[in-house]
Design a protein around this ligand. Structure first.
Ligand code: PMV
Length: 348
């Protein structure tokens, strides 16, 4: 099979972890299993135009445009990714690629684009793989796309499908794997349908510590083994929480996971803090409001200062009003993004 030229484009979502991935082994193997809600609005759109070279090049041949502008400083990251996946996509050095990518969320909002970005690129390259080797099932396509995305950025393997994705070996979860994300295989109560995530942009600056540095600091971390065991326990607890729609227990697990992630950062050597004063102000406000309102609002955090506010769809009006009245004041330039659980990437 031969395919001389073509263009393919995918839109892939971001995701927000409930049980956090923090710590990894070689080849992007997670130190513990994690689970996330796929998002709907926050996404990366990537277009890949490919043309076959007369002769396979000695190195990867590609141009990269981010939001219309040539982006030399992103190239090393992409090159590392292509190097890691070449063994699984042997055609990579036989083509020249023009990669054009853009995000739905504001530039440098402190929202990591690595999950949606790597997943969108992995899907585009998988699409060419399917052109060259037709006949694969959609299941195989998605599994391999997730496998490849993982090699770009671990959490990216949870951004291929929706709406709840688990990644990492977990003996109590059937079909789970360290190599790719799987759709959550158990029953989920309808209270989680259309679950909302309003992302409060607390600090849009560049992170002082990258997530790859953070993962590596788990190697000699004094609490690592207990933390990894806790992630397994929390995932197991989530099975009945999801089935029964037990929001009280859901909140405990999700908030504890967020604070534990940041506690790992604060107790590594060197130690660091990614939360900002406004992150803590928001957390305290959320706790007061939850008690006063009888809603089921809770928060989670990524590796940064922004706060993800999670709540059931039927509480949306109340919570949005609260966010506008009390939380927006803590956001940089009053910025926040209304998102919700989503159903995965799609071809454009
Ligand atoms: O995918 P990475 O290497 O950027 O790691 C992401 C880690 C967290 O976002 C902090 C947690 C997670 O599970 O997504």
């Amino acid at each position: 099979n031969d395919k001389a030229t073509g263009v393919v484009s995918y839109k892939a979502p971001s995701n927000i972890a409930l049980v956090k991935y923090w710590g990894k082994k070689d080849h992007q193997i997670p130190a513990n299993p994690s689970i996330s809600f796929t998002l709907d609005h926050c996404a990366t759109t990537t277009e890949v135009a490919y043309s076959k070279l007369e002769q396979a090049a000695g190195d990867f041949s590609f141009d990269l445009f981010f939001e219309g502008k040539s982006k030399e400083d992103f190239k090393p990251k992409i090159k590392t990714f292509l190097n890691r996946i070449e063994g699984y996509l042997p055609f990579l050095k036989s083509y020249h690629f023009i990669i054009r990518t853009s995000n739905s969320f504001p530039h440098s909002s402190g929202i990591a684009s690595s999950a949606s970005g790597m997943s969108a690129l992995a899907l585009c390259l998988m699409d060419l793989e399917r052109e060259l080797n037709p006949g694969m099932t959609d299941e195989y396509f998605n599994k391999k796309a997730s496998f490849l995305a993982r090699l770009g950025s671990g959490s990216a393997c949870r951004s291929i499908e929706g709406d709840i994705i688990q990644w990492g070996n977990h003996k109590e979860t059937q079909g789970s794997s360290d190599l790719y994300g799987i759709k959550y295989p158990y029953e989920v109560h309808e209270v989680f349908k259309d679950f909302q995530d309003t992302i409060l942009l607390v600090d849009k600056g560049q992170k002082q510590v990258s997530s790859s540095v953070g993962h590596n600091l788990m190697h000699d971390h004094p609490f690592a083994s207990r933390r990894f065991a806790q992630a397994h326990e929390n995932l197991f607890k989530l099975q009945s929480v999801f089935e029964e729609g037990n929001l009280t227990e859901f909140i405990k697990i999700v908030e504890s996971e967020a604070l534990t992630l940041h506690a790992m950062m604060m107790t590594s050597m060197p130690y660091f803090i990614l939360m900002k004063p406004n992150t803590l102000e928001i957390i305290n406000k959320i706790w007061s409001f939850r008690e006063a309102s009888n809603t089921h609002i809770c928060f989670t955090l990524d590796a940064g200062a922004n706060v993800h506010v999670l709540y059931p769809a039927k509480e949306k009006d109340l919570v949005i009003q609260f966010i506008k009245d009390e939380l927006v004041a803590y956001c940089e330039n009053g910025q926040y993004i209304c998102d919700k659980i989503g159903y995965g990437a799609r071809k454009l």
